[in-house]
Design a protein around this ligand. Structure first.
Ligand SMILES: Nc1ncnc2c1ncn2[C@@H]1O[C@H](COP(=O)(O)OP(=O)(O)OP(=O)(O)O)[C@@H](O)[C@H]1O
Length: 250
């Protein structure tokens, strides 16, 4: 059974078809990269897969549980880092993780232990008592990630987890996610950074214009090229010639 199984997912916003029938299996224990150009439909797809946005068509199953028929059960299996969703940022970092744990039905003692561990692992201990509204973009990303991890989910769906995060914290997050996958967990990340996806992920899907262009192991999709070259050749869109001549000073 796949960790995440998407079948014919589709979403339209007025005239704009954001996702146009995406079907995808994410194997259990995989580190899965979802890549695509700006506006490809990645966030919309992940939102439908994680119960944030109701699909117009299609289904999403998490470890065999239908996200839209049985959302409570499906969401118990999931940890999510959504893109652009507001946090309760008038809480301190520590309070936000605690809130996430209590919301998941965990007891206070366990939540307190795990919050301490997560704050240390994500280099946030010194800022644990500060309000999230005063965090930098990278710190906000890390506290949202901590909130997604606190209940030890089986499947993690992370929209751009490394965006705005410094190299030391990125390496620490990488270690956490690799350990999670090594122990049988499944991670899905969306990213624009092909080098990172090639280095980190064992499976990848390329989407553009709301459609799936390629999916499989990173080796299969790369087909002997770098992932970046393969991405460029599938997606296209490089501008030829001399644009913006007025911007050149000589
Ligand atoms: N709530 C919305 N209302 C109208 N259009 C939307 C909405 N959400 C997304 N879209 C449109 O759907 C398309 C897909 O957007 P989406 O955010 O899923 O892309 P993405 O692949 O995550 O892009 P990026 O890499 O830039 O984050 C875009 O054309 C976007 O303008």
């Amino acid at each position: 059974m796949p960790a995440v199984a998407l079948r014919g997912l589709a979403k339209r916003f007025d005239e704009k078809i954001a996702v146009d029938g995406i079907s995808l299996d994410v194997p259990v224990g995989s580190f899965f990269g979802l890549v695509g150009p700006n506006g490809a439909g990645k966030t919309t797809t992940l939102s439908m897969a994680t119960g944030l946005l109701r699909p117009d068509f299609g289904t999403a199953h998490i470890l065999g549980v239908d996200m839209w028929q049985d959302p409570l059960h499906a969401k118990k299996l999931l940890g999510t880092l959504p893109d652009g969703v507001r946090l309760f940022d008038r809480l301190s970092g520590e309070q936000l993780i605690t809130y996430a744990g209590l919301l998941r039905g965990m007891d206070r003692v366990t939540v307190a232990e795990r919050a301490k561990d997560l704050l240390a692992a994500l280099d946030l201990t010194a800022d644990a008592g500060n309000l999230v509204v005063d965090y930098s973009a990278g710190m906000t990303k890390k506290i949202a990630l901590a909130s997604a991890l606190v209940h030890a989910p089986r499947v993690l769906v992370l929209d751009e987890p490394f965006e705005a995060v410094d190299p030391v914290s990125s390496a620490n997050i990488t270690d956490i996610l690799k350990g999670f996958v090594a122990s049988g967990g499944t991670v899905i990340i969306s990213s624009h950074v092909m080098d990172l996806v090639q280095r980190l992920c064992d499976h990848v899907a390329i989407v553009a214009g709301g459609r799936l262009l390629a999916a499989g192991t990173v080796e299969q999709v790369r087909g002997g090229m770098s992932l970046e070259e393969r991405f460029m050749s599938l997606v296209g869109g490089r501008h030829e010639g001399e644009g913006l001549s007025w911007l050149r000073h000589s």
